[in-house]
Design a protein around this ligand. Sequence first.
Ligand SMILES: [Ca+2]
Length: 379
Amino acid sequence: MKKINKYWLFGIIATGILFISFGYTKFIKPLGEKTTQDCNEVQMVSSESKFEPTIVNKKSAPSKAPEGMVWIPGGEFSMGSNVADESLCSIKGVTKDAAPIHRVYVDGYWMDQTEVTNEQFEKFVKATGYVTVAEQKPTKEEFPTANEEDLVTGSVVFTPTPTSVNLNNFLQWWSYVGGTDWKHPEGPESTIKGKEKYPVVQIAYEDAAAYAKWAGKRLPSEAEWEFAARGGKTGELYAWGNTLKPKGKFQANIYQGHFPIKDGDTGEDGFKGIAPTAQFAPNHYGLYDMAGNVWEWVNDWYSVDYYKSLAENGNVAKNPQGPDASNDPSEPGQLKKVHRGGSFLCTDQYCTRYMVGTRGKGEVRSAANHLGFRCVKSI
Ligand SMILES: [Ca+2]
């Protein structure tokens, strides 16, 4: 595996993704100071939330469900997260962009039960000859300051560290690796053989959108994604309820153990690293993996203050489609779309954005080995 030690490319391509998954590192305390028990305290905070009851539309499914999809009836709900917006497991401010809670209405739609798999994406590529962003050679126009020899196809791969590291620099565990793409998600020597039912990863926004269009579907709006993930329930912390581990069992593929060291992932939830789709119970709407495993692209531009603007408007936001433009003050000038759901790399000490109301974000042409998508379809 050729690990390209060029932070310029990595920085430009990947920082959006990295901040998504691992939070704002400057806020993070050294690993080991916090425990799951601390997160349980957060749950108590959430019980004082401002969520109003979800009102699910009465309209039943208009027809037989398309293959692999379920009916999401839509309705009115309280969207966002006020889970310790200044103290998520002591990561100050990490969910600030998911506040305030605001009222939203979405029409009914079909949604993929699982994230799009390698097998499904392969059908698309075979049918269309589509070439993903990671398979396209970066151009001098896109990266004017780069050396010509550094402009190689590839993408960003989680690279565990040999020993404990200070978590204030994510470049220590992410690498831009030449030859990485959806067929080689962890570097050129890796393969998806035997992983047909795993979610496809190393997917940029336009790759996901192209697949959706080919499939006669589309990417969900952020509001559609969250309505579906909440399963018709009101203000719960997770897609499955308010407890991280009901009856002591994990409900999603996230990360346990010492992050981000080699062999640090204990796989207590049953999986070290990425898992096949649908390995945990579905939520109330029959959707799998709405938390953990891989992040999912949604269609909305990311703006740090979008929820604030909707809340200030005071009305119920009807089928909101996101802001008109990307706005992330932490990386001005980068065009970012929203990601949802968290991934197999999220830990309760560091990211915790497998919590249902929280948000991620990513530069639109950036991919990584913990980022995929699922589609929806209007009636
Ligand atoms: Ca896991």
